[in-house]
Design a protein around this ligand. Structure first.
Ligand code: BT5
Length: 269
């Protein structure tokens, strides 16, 4: 309980910050529409790499494809980080997998149950979603101007706080461990891990990120259905390839490469 009483504001967060560039500068809002929207506006104005936005609550937290991210106050982490990597826009999805590794590593410190990554952008505990990542990019043809890495993690949210439709499919670290988690400690650890993985990615490329990501991947061998624009693919999830694309074996035996899309896990008959 004690953690909940600790202030969660700019001073409390920045006093604890041990990073070299993520969260420097740092913007805090007690309520905002979306930290991604706020970070995007800052980046358009030229904010530097590492600039981070945190909100205690979001009125219009964004998921992918116009979906909503439930963002009640006082319990969770909602943050967006501006990155300016000198990489080709086609490899930008690597940053989603890179941040998933940073988040999974951070959650591992707080939860005895190993977090799992669900391709491409979810982190699960006990097969329930505990974190979502929304990566937005502003680029020219061959150059990334900036990336907004948006991360929402359910820390102290209780089951009653989830809308009914999310109760069976979402969870929080507190629900899984019974413990209150300090948002300030978690955020500092998260930023340190993302910074570490981002620097490793820029220096050594995607391969080490890909290997680390696979250690959290437990969809292999499971029946999945993928919706991508107007096509639907059903099959068995295999692994991700060296580019971070999901490989799925269809009934016909053909292996299909999925570059983007929504994955639904299916019950095997
Ligand atoms: C995501 O989208 O999972 C990306 C979520 C990113 C949220 C962060 S919070 C900080 C930053 N600022 C923002 O505005 N956004 C980012 P998607 O894969 O489309 O999943 C959305 C779906 O997850 C919803 O349709 C619900 O089914 C479910 N969902 C919504 N809120 C949730 C929550 N708090 N916990 C678990 N699942 C949730």
């Amino acid at each position: 309980m004690e953690n909940r009483k600790k202030p969660f504001n700019k001073t409390a967060i920045t006093n604890k910050l041990e990073t070299s560039f993520i969260g420097r500068p740092f913007y805090f809002h007690s309520n905002i529409d979306s930290t991604n929207t706020a970070a995007y506006a800052l980046a358009v104005k030229g904010a530097k790499q590492g600039t981070a936005v945190v909100a205690d609550s979001q009125a219009k937290g964004k998921g992918r494809l116009g979906r909503i991210w439930e963002s009640p106050k006082g319990v969770n982490i909602y943050t967006s980080i501006i990155l300016r990597p000198d990489i080709s826009p086609v490899t930008a999805p690597h940053l989603t997998l890179m941040s998933a590794v940073g988040v999974a590593e951070t959650i591992s410190r707080y939860s005895v149950k190993k977090p799992e990554v669900k391709w491409p952008n979810d982190i699960l505990i006990n097969s329930k979603k505990v974190c979502g990542i929304l990566t937005e990019m502003n680029s020219d043809k061959n150059k990334i101007n900036f990336i907004i890495l948006g991360i929402g993690v359910n820390l102290n949210m209780t089951k009653e706080m989830f809308p009914d439709e999310l109760k069976p499919i979402a969870t929080s670290i507190k629900e899984e461990t019974g413990k209150d988690i300090s948002r300030i400690d978690f955020l500092n650890t998260l930023y340190l891990n993302i910074e570490k993985w981002y620097e490793a990615f820029l220096k050594n490329g995607f391969a080490p990120v890909c290997e680390a990501w696979k250690t959290y991947f437990n969809m292999a061998g499971k029946a999945v259905k993928i919706k991508d624009m107007d096509r639907e693919i059903e099959g068995i999830a295999l692994t991700i390839d060296d580019d971070g694309h999901l490989l799925v074996r269809e009934k016909s035996g053909k292996t299909v490469k999925i570059v983007s899309g929504d994955v639904v896990m299916k019950q095997l008959p």
